[in-house]
Write a protein that binds this ligand. Structure first.
Ligand code: GUN
Ligand code: ZN
Length: 459
């Protein structure tokens, strides 16, 4: 197995990276569109032209249909799909969750994925639904762990995805992640979240992902299984998820739904296309409404993929710009339940502190949620643990940033500023990170200009 994951940049707990398996490269964060090998809405070749370097398909479905199985075994899954990029395969676990049973064993499906040349193959993990009784979750978890151990021991297996399960129990998610972390995997997915996403239970998504992440090895990519929701992606990347997959681009298209910055919209209610992708530039909603069902689905699916690509690329750039928290806040504002997820992440911001970049050019603060930002928590904790005594200083309240010049008749070390966002700022730290670079609602414009420095902010 030849797998490398290289992290090139980070922000919050998110990573900009590169996953390389068997010479095939994937830039992360990445979204893998789901391709149904039986009836693809768009062909993998078409998907790759829209700017995706990888797809995910279902080995269980391939194995179940003789014509697909034979071709995949003879020529490999890449030939079968007509796509030479990164191909991850799933195992039938989702079918297991939907229909209660599958006609394949863990060993068979893992070996099969090796035989057809999957770049990453998945064990037959057991996705337990949210809120299941604890005894059932524990039982399912044992099965998932047993299958993970069985898979890594096989003489023939693809680079493996070992899925963290544990339903909505944070301690069981942590336990599962701890046990899986002892086994070698190419990718550690977090599974069983589709029902949470479908019901917009973003708070629970945040809880289970943080619990899993807390015990997974930081040098391996984490996949959020079944998450292709544009609202969830920046938030999930901020928690350290690197891979996503989406069948939603096609499922939505089949029911005339259009992904947008405003959330998912019905084709029938569109006055205009709020997008400038090639599809939306060429067509208007009336054109598309008049198309036959096949063409309409293809056109909407193509737009939906462009929209997902926009979200992923924006998220990638936000990591480089150090603005991932800002992006997640602004995207989550679109839906109150997504915002509740963001607020949960802010409440748990302490768990992200250790991943925070040491400095950045600016930190935007808007409200209580921004107060939970890991950058601010890190400052407060370090001040408490490392700075030493502040008593005896003159505390200055109610003045705006930048502080230092304001009380000129005292030396910085005789002063401390009461700060709405940071708590206390000792005079001598008032020009250092992050004290000098908060951008807050009650800004002093002159101070803002000075803080921007010579280069100015990038937005
Ligand atoms: N696809 C969506 N959710 C899951 C999951 O929990 N496990 C697997 N293997 N695939 C999925
Ligand atoms: Zn579009």
């Amino acid at each position: 197995m030849n797998v490398a994951f290289e992290v090139k940049d980070r922000d919050v707990a998110g990573r900009l990276g590169r996953l390389e398996v068997n010479g095939r490269r994937l830039k992360t964060p990445a979204l893998l569109p789901v391709v149904n090998p039986n009836k693809p809405t768009l062909k993998p070749r078409e998907i790759s032209k829209l700017g995706f370097d990888g797809v995910i398909t279902n080995a269980y479905i391939i194995r179940k249909h003789e014509h697909l199985r034979e071709q995949a075994l003879e020529e490999g899954v890449h030939e079968l799909l007509g796509f030479d990029g990164f191909v991850m395969t799933d195992s039938g676990s989702f079918q297991l969750a939907e229909y209660g049973d599958v006609e394949v064993s863990n060993e068979e499906i893992v070996r099969f994925q090796a035989k057809i040349g999957s770049d990453v193959g998945t064990i037959l993990d057991v996705p337990t639904p949210p809120d299941a009784p604890r005894s059932r979750v524990e039982r399912d978890l044992e099965t998932t762990l047993k299958r993970a151990r069985e898979a890594v021991e096989l003489d023939e297996h693809p680079p493996l995805a070992l899925t963290v399960q544990g339903s909505t129990y944070e301690d069981l998610r942590r336990l599962c992640a701890e046990k899986l972390a002892e086994l070698p995997a190419a990718v550690y997915p977090v599974g069983g979240v589709v029902p949470l996403l479908e019901e917009y239970r973003f708070v629970d998504v945040v809880r289970v992902v943080l619990a899993a992440k807390s015990s997974l090895p930081p040098h391996r990519p984490v996949h959020l299984f079944g998450c292709g929701h544009p609202l969830a992606i920046p938030l999930a990347v901020a928690m350290g998820c690197d891979l996503f997959d989406s069948a939603s681009y096609a499922i939505y298209a089949r029911s005339d739904r259009y992904m947008s910055v405003l959330g998912t919209l019905k084709l029938e209610e569109l006055e205009t296309f709020p997008c400038s992708c090639p599809v939306c530039t060429r067509h208007d909603p009336d054109d598309v409404r008049e198309m036959g069902p096949r063409e309409r689905t293809r056109v909407l699916a193509t737009h939906n993929l462009y929209e997902l690509r926009r979200v992923i690329e924006t998220t990638r750039q936000a990591i480089v710009s150090g603005e991932l928290w800002e992006l997640a806040e602004s995207v989550c504002r679109v839906h109150p339940r997504a915002w509740a997820g963001m607020a949960e992440l802010a409440r748990r911001g302490g768990e992200l502190e250790r991943w925070c970049p040491a400095v950045k050019r600016s930190v935007f603060v808007c409200d209580e949620v921004s107060k939970g930002r890991p950058e601010l928590r890190l400052y407060r904790r370090r001040l408490r643990d490392r700075f030493g005594e502040l008593s005896g200083r003159k505390v200055v309240k109610g003045i705006s940033r930048p502080y230092a010049e304001i009380v000129e008749w005292l030396e910085p070390w005789e002063l401390a500023f009461a700060d709405e966002w940071l708590g206390v700022v000792p005079g001598e730290l008032s020009w250092s990170y992050p004290c000098h670079c908060l951008v807050e609602p009650s800004g002093d414009d002159e101070g803002e200009d000075r803080r921007r420095g010579e280069e100015g902010r990038r937005r």
